[in-house]
Ligand binder design. Structure first.
Ligand code: URA
Ligand code: URA
Length: 231
């Protein structure tokens, strides 16, 4: 099954299959529930949107937090609306704010390569962020911003119904999983996010600063690929 895929990082398919077959046994495989119900606020009109397009149109003028006043573009998300894999980052940066699309700057280009390394295209997955608007100078999201914005993400997850989530970086992971664990503790495990199996890896921007961590992310996306192929 794995042999059908072209793993572009390794030239020799035999070594790829060998690598994948020596994947360590993971902690636990949580039970996946049939219906994913996110705690979306039922009083808001966007909460009953039935498509991503509707949701986008209802929230793209959001002014619920101060980032609405400084953004150039609302960065909703991109990719396959029925994706089995949802990739979730932190917040738009300058390039994303400029273009209105997630992960299109330097970190985004690295993300594209990371996905391609396990034969995933950006169009096959769905890519978005915890925050839809750029924080000034790319500072970390504030708690109030996350509290306002995260219900939009819950609604996106409810509409896409992914089987797997890949959280990019500690901010995304700690926000989704509601913990303060370190990257070292979070990587290499399958987390249960409202019944969706969730993996955590380094943010591609962190990999640009620390290329020696790329080998860990390579392991993490191979794990993601294995779960995807088995799902
Ligand atoms: N970093 C993120 O977390 N998200 C983007 O969309 C771009 C950079
Ligand atoms: N430290 C970072 O700077 N980024 C990560 O993604 C994890 C640890």
């Amino acid at each position: 099954m794995y042999g059908q895929h072209q793993y572009v990082v390794h030239a020799d398919p035999a070594s790829v299959v060998a690598d994948l077959n020596t994947e360590p046994v993971r902690d636990h495989e949580p039970e996946v529930t049939e219906i994913i119900e996110m705690p979306a606020s039922s009083t808001e009109s966007w909460a009953v949107a039935s498509t991503l397009g509707d949701l986008h149109d209802q929230i793209c003028t959001c002014m619920q937090c101060p980032l609405g006043h400084t953004r150039t573009n609302f960065v909703f998300g991109s990719g396959n609306p029925n994706a089995d894999i949802m990739v979730i980052g932190e917040a738009p940066g300058a390039d994303e704010d400029e273009q209105g699309l997630p992960f299109v700057g330097r970190a985004g280009q690295l993300l594209t390569k990371i996905l391609e390394a396990v034969s995933l295209s950006r169009d096959e997955v769905y890519i978005c962020n915890i925050l839809k608007c750029r924080p000034p100078n790319n500072r970390k999201p504030l708690a109030g911003e996350t509290d306002q914005c995260e219900p939009y993400l819950w609604k996106q997850i409810e509409l896409v119904q992914p089987k797997l989530i890949l959280a990019l970086g500690l901010t995304a992971a700690n926000t989704l999983l509601k913990n303060k664990e370190s990257m070292t503790n979070l990587r290499g495990k399958i987390h249960d996010y409202h019944g969706i199996r969730t993996l955590v890896t380094y943010h591609p921007a962190a990999l640009l600063r620390n290329p020696e961590w790329k080998k860990f992310t390579w392991d993490d996306v191979k794990h993601l690929r294995n779960l995807y192929d088995a799902s």
